[in-house]
Design a protein around this ligand. Sequence first.
Ligand code: G4P
Length: 535
Amino acid sequence: MNQHEIDRRRTFAIISHPDAGKTTLTEKLLLYGGALQAAGSVRAKRNGRATTSDWMDIERERGISISSTVLQFEYEGYCINLLDTPGHRDFSEDTYRVLTAVDSVIMVIDAGKGIEERTRKLFEICRLRNIPIFTFMNKLDHPAKSPLDLIGELEEVLGIGAIPVTWPLGDGPDFKGVYDRMNKQLHLFSNRGKGSAKAFDQLTGADDPRLQELLGPQYYAEWKEQIELLDIAGESYDEEKLLCGKETPVFFGSAINNFGVQLLLDFFVQHSIPPRPRPSNLGEILPSRDEFSGFVFKIQANMDPNHRDSLAFIRVCSGMFTKDMTVPNPRGGSKPIRLSYPQRLFGQERETVMEAYPGDILGLVSHGNFHIGDTLSTIKGLQFNEIPIFPPEVFRNITNLSTSKYQQFQEGLEEMRLEGVVQLFHMPGSLSRTVLLGAVGELQFEVAKHRLETEYGAEVRLDDAPYTEIRWLEDGIDASQFSGTYMGSNVRIATDHAGKSVLLFPDQWACDYFAEKNPDIKLFKPTIAKDASLA
Ligand code: G4P
């Protein structure tokens, strides 16, 4: 069944620290796919134009991309699905969840800075799923760390084997190009491709006499030594280790100059993997299975004022999706759901999808009938493993300021909880007009406030909440039983949306202290490791 369509699918995301060049690289990749006519359509951030991957007002106002977009394009016979992950100052559970829907990732690193914090966090999620990771060392046209140090960082900081496929010749003003170690070819740096067109790569042999001329005898000798060192180290690329995320092939280049990008893309389409089998309660579901299956990894409400609705993003895992097909209701009940109005998205543009294959992402119009983690399938009783819940790292109190808008406030918060924008907690004794919000990234609070005000007409205020750590208690344990135990003056009890007891701590120290004083009380944190390994 449709094996050809499955084999040519490549579904991936780009992970990076803010400003490393993810948007720039995305744009260049789209140029190769012919999906953009000119660069600048994805990132037109600074001049205030809506960008291809921007949806919400707040994104435009702040010139950042919050929601994840899906971009599909064709390249050399491959059908590529690129899932955009929010990459700027802030990020959220959405970023993590997107990584449960991809088969591989490209990791972009600013070669002047090396591995930064956000990259490390996102990398951890990828590692848990053992997915192939391709590394692009960007901004070689700027002064960069030594390539040997950068490779060393990948191994020491991330603990992943690094196999340089290309190797740079200099950096900053002395950046001359990259050497393709696999094909023994030299690609001379040219910034003629800057901005809009594919860069022009000149190829010569590795022993071309012009090389020495180009680098000067001293640098040439140094460079030759590095290449020989890499060769002696015997590190050659191992397909199996790449496919399970134990080794990453590394490329050097400059996204803004469109240099080194095509080498990365060509290698990527050939060596990354088509959709993989997916674990479920019925065992692994092969993409080639005839029956349709997929899961909801993201819900986005009211993305566009012209289309006031929610979209549930579905990753197709097996079979073929066809417009208007029906599947059993994932929320139970005897009435099947018709999957109508399937959309493919390209930034703000939507296009109706008639059919989709494993690896593809669909947007389905949702009227509250889909939840994150839902399995949609014609396979009876199928349940893909749940999408993990990520422990919140930041907290704010949100207060409803208008009594007449109380219902809108409650409805809006509940909708955002279901969408996974924020998690909700209630403090005993606090007024019901104040709710404690938890999230992975600070920006989520602003998104929640903005949406409560613009979409639900509520009036709200955000206040700081002095917690950084949260722990759940064992099921069925009520925190009121803690009388007599050491609570500490700044430990607070609350309940989550399901009524389960949680404890909130101002810092890790307070949490550790509580655990030490109360060894009989079991504290739980929904660890990413535990849940994500199921994905
Ligand atoms: P992000 O999505 O990962 O946050 O990064 P983005 O692509 O927005 O790039 C961040 C900044 O780095 C941008 O500069 C971009 O032009 C620059 N950049 C990207 N790739 C390269 C590269 O290969 N070399 C150099 N020198 N710079 C690069 P900016 O000043 O923030 O924006 P703009 O003024 O260029 O629009």
